[in-house]
Write a new protein. Structure first.
Length: 290
């Protein structure tokens, strides 16, 4: 940890804090750092079948928990708190969680609801369609999809409460999208609707689509379009005002970028795919010096 980050954390722990700024002291007293996680956002956050959670963002948050324990000199464990796309930011604002560890896009409108760390991932929303294509080559991490559809889908499913839903509705309002937008409660519900033919396509961030396709009964019947609808960056969302925790998380992300750990985590959770240029650029930009 840099001397500047250590000084900031030490100052926060030693002095009285205002509002929610003393997140690390509270975590030390409680013995836990509360991590907001989702069961349906693989490969970033997903239930692991044994009562825990796993994924790219979850691994980063575990590293933040370990750093918090070292910084405070107190035992601090990860406490998983299940959230969904609809209530995740409410959980942050209401102080029920300290960190949001899932597929969280950093947007200007969300800055009123949470603080954000350095970017952790780069991706974009795309479309998965019910087709019968030939072999599909998976796109690189942070890269583009493959297997473009030749027909325009009439019904597109999307997870409610996400930036992808908002983007589709903006397209629709501008007359750029004529398909019916069908909201799904979970990504698994969206996959089921696509498989059953209730919808013609499902929209989500590219890495999530790749993970969903692998879960399908017949992955060969699904193809991922060869372009993303937009480019977005993910970050860990921090409860508002918790500057001490955000600084500590930024230190973890920067160190992970310098050491190559970000790439190793990505390889672990998106196996069989090489890092794309956008992801490698993000790693480079995040490799801040001490």
């Amino acid at each position: 940890m840099s001397r500047l980050a250590a000084a900031l954390i030490a100052a926060t722990l030693a002095a009285p804090s205002l509002a929610a700024a003393d997140a690390l002291r509270e975590a030390a007293e409680r013995g836990t750092l509360r991590l907001g996680v989702r069961a349906d956002a693989a490969p970033f956050s997903a239930a692991d079948g044994s009562g825990g959670y796993a994924g790219y963002s979850v691994d980063l948050c575990r590293a933040v928990v370990e750093r918090a324990a070292r910084a405070t000199g107190r035992p601090i464990a990860a406490q998983f708190v299940a959230v969904d796309a609809g209530n995740r930011f409410d959980a942050l604002v209401e102080g029920r969680i300290d960190l949001l560890c899932e597929a969280t896009s950093r947007t200007v409108s969300r800055l009123d609801q949470a603080d954000f760390t350095l970017p952790t991932f780069v991706t974009g929303p795309g479309l998965m369609l019910r087709l019968s294509p030939g072999p599909v080559t998976l796109p690189p991490v942070g890269g583009k999809g493959v297997g473009a559809a030749q027909q325009v889908p009439r019904r597109i499913g999307v997870l409610a409460g996400t930036t992808t839903e908002r983007l589709l509705r903006e397209f629709s309002a501008r007359g750029e999208l004529t398909a019916q937008i069908v909201e799904a409660a979970t990504h698994q519900d969206g996959l089921a609707a696509l498989t059953a033919g209730v919808i013609d396509a499902y929209a989500a961030d590219l890495e999530i689509l790749v993970s969903l396709r692998a879960q399908a009964f017949d992955p060969a019947a699904l193809a991922i379009a060869d372009r993303v609808l937009a480019l977005e960056t993910y970050a860990l969302a921090v409860r508002p005002g918790a500057r001490d925790l955000r600084v500590l998380a930024d230190c973890v992300i920067a160190e992970s970028a310098r050491s190559g750990e970000l790439e190793r985590i990505a390889t672990r959770h998106v196996a069989g795919r090489d890092p794309g240029e956008a992801f490698l650029a993000l790693v480079l930009f995040n490799a801040l010096p001490e």
